[in-house]
Design a binder for this molecule. Structure first.
Ligand code: NAD
Length: 496
């Protein structure tokens, strides 16, 4: 069986006995082991990053950015291989994997702007002959801990910007689909990144806890489920580290009575079922305002879903692939069962799709559940599967109240032709990322990404301008060069 190891100080490390199977979710077979780093292995990675830091910190920003320009080219040249690795271990269809990679590359492009982003702030003559400026210095060794659902894009949210800002990085990707992440990190060496500036350790809680408790790690970026995000945030913060921890989601789309229903259905199809619903921005709840809208939505959606194709990642005709593990497949089935037991109406049932030749794969077909109410367990849970729930309300305000009352606040959207309603919605809704007739309002790389409420712990959002602030600390310098002729006396009052 192939062993997937770590990348430490520029070399692949494959020692150690702790390991876990890596599955191909399309077939349900495991043909790889991923090594689970011990505390000692993670400490070795941190030491390597620490050793690389002084020279990297002093490398001019333009030279650091040049590595990113080459890295971007290498990502594009290797896109087929990267998408293949994503597909094998995640189950994502090739065109979806290509979209993930492209969104990741856009973060590398933004990181290429480092010399501009790090110019700092300058004020001449803040007092006679005194100048003052703020500069943004790297933190040192910083860590990233990432989820299975975007094994390429989410790490690229983090380390390109961290590295161009002059930090050295230790990445702990998901142990469920580690190969694409590891392969991409190896491209950085080809792009000219000095050894030790990026290190990748695969592992589980032992690796995470080592990163959270080692005092050499100055900041932690985390993306994953809310319970782990909260744990990471609390632990890292109590250890004095800067931390941003992005968590789970339950994204609602309001469907207004005046919405263009055919367009809405098309948008919802992709946003609810694309990537098997395993996106933190997936739309998993449609809130229909009024029964006329509710009936039209459900009947058109049912009809459109008859054409949905679920199957293995390597058939480009499929719309989406399997879910990540057998346990996760069962968890999704349990949620659908609960909804049914609690009197919701299963309009399209994807619990047991038949896919010839792939009987052991972890498949769930597109599922549509109508007449879900907020007291149902399945309404509250982040199902993270190809399941769209429909809740019916009688007014836009009731729809907004529902969204505001939910514990998550990652993304939301409204389908309407009414600009005034859309403007009121975007202004008042208690959610971090809002779409107006846009189902997946994932900000572009030069804005920042983050939810509100229990979808994000911390102050700064991921990537974009917030990432520059997250991965640097401000230093403000005030300077005077007294010439021989000017000497001031002692001053005991506050300088003004
Ligand atoms: P997860 O929380 O299970 O795992 C995320 C990371 O935490 C992995 O690296 C994993 O190894 C580690 N981890 C898991 N259990 C741990 C523990 N007990 N102690 C310490 N570390 C632990 O998440 P996942 O299942 O890989 O990813 C799906 C989740 O991520 C969903 O909830 C999804 O909404 C969320 N997500 C959020 C965003 C966002 O931007 N808000 C983006 C992508 C995914």
């Amino acid at each position: 069986m192939k062993r997937v190891g770590h990348l430490i100080n520029g070399s692949e490390v494959v020692g150690g006995n702790r390991c876990q199977d890596v599955y191909n979710p399309s077939t349900g077979e495991a043909d790889k082991h991923v090594l689970l780093a011990t505390k000692a292995t993670v400490e070795e990675a941190i030491s390597s990053a620490q050793a690389a830091f002084p020279a990297w910190r002093n490398t001019p920003a333009i030279k650091r950015a040049r590595v990113m320009f080459k890295f971007k080219d290498l990502l594009e040249q290797n896109s087929d291989k990267i998408c293949q690795l994503i597909g094998e271990e995640h189950g994502k269809i090739a065109h979806d994997a290509a979209g993930e990679l492209q969104r990741g590359i856009e973060n590398v492009e933004y990181a290429c702007c480092a010399p501009e982003l790090l110019k700092g702030e300058y004020s001449k003559n803040v007092a006679p002959d005194i100048d003052s400026w703020s500069e943004f210095q790297p933190l040192g060794v910083v860590a990233g801990i990432t989820p299975f659902n975007f094994p390429v894009m989410v790490p690229l949210w983090m380390y390109p910007m961290a590295i161009v800002c002059g930090n050295c990085f230790v990445l702990k990707p998901s142990e469920r689909d580690p190969s694409s992440t590891l392969f991409i990190a190896s491209l950085l060496k080809k792009a000219g990144l000095p050894d030790g500036v990026i290190n990748v350790v695969n592992g589980d809680r032992e690796a995470v806890d080592t990163l959270l408790n080692d005092e050499r790690v100055k900041a932690v970026s985390f993306v994953g489920s809310t319970p782990i995000a909260e744990y990471v945030y609390v632990t890292a913060s109590s250890n004095g580290k800067r931390c941003q921890a992005l968590g789970g989601a339950k994204n609602h789309a309001i469907v207004m009575p005046d919405a263009d229903m055919d367009n809405t259905v098309n948008q919802l199809l992709g946003a609810a079922f694309g990537s098997s619903g395993e996106r933190c921005m997936a739309l998993s709840v449609a809130v229909a305002v009024g029964d006329v809208a509710g009936d039209a939505l459900v009947s058109k959606m049912k009809e459109a879903m008859s054409n949905l194709k679920v199957g293995p990642y390597d058939d480009p005709d499929n719309d989406f692939g399997p879910v990540i593990t057998r346990e996760h497949q069962q968890k999704i089935i349990d949620h659908i069962n609960h909804a049914e037991q609690q009197s919701a109406e299963i309009v399209v049932d994807g619990r047991f799709p038949e896919i010839a030749g792939y009987e052991r794969g972890f498949y769930i077909g597109g599922t549509l559940i109508d007449r879900v109410t907020p007291d149902m367990d399945s309404y509250h849970a982040e199902i993270f599967g190809p399941v769209l729930q429909v809740v019916r309300v009688q007014s836009m305000q009731a729809a907004m109240d529902l969204i505001d009352a939910h514990e998550y606040g990652n993304g939301t959207c409204i389908f309407t032709r009414d600009g005034e309603a859309a403007r009121y919605f975007s202004d008042h809704i208690n959610v971090g990322m809002v779409g107006i007739n846009i189902p997946l309002p994932v900000p572009v790389a030069y804005h920042s990404f983050g939810g509100w409420k229990r979808s994000l712990f911390g102050d700064l959002h991921a990537y974009g301008p917030d990432a520059v602030r997250f991965y640097t600390k401000r230093k403000t310098i005030t300077q005077r060069w007294p010439s021989a002729g000017i000497r001031e006396g002692v001053l005991f009052s506050m300088p003004s």
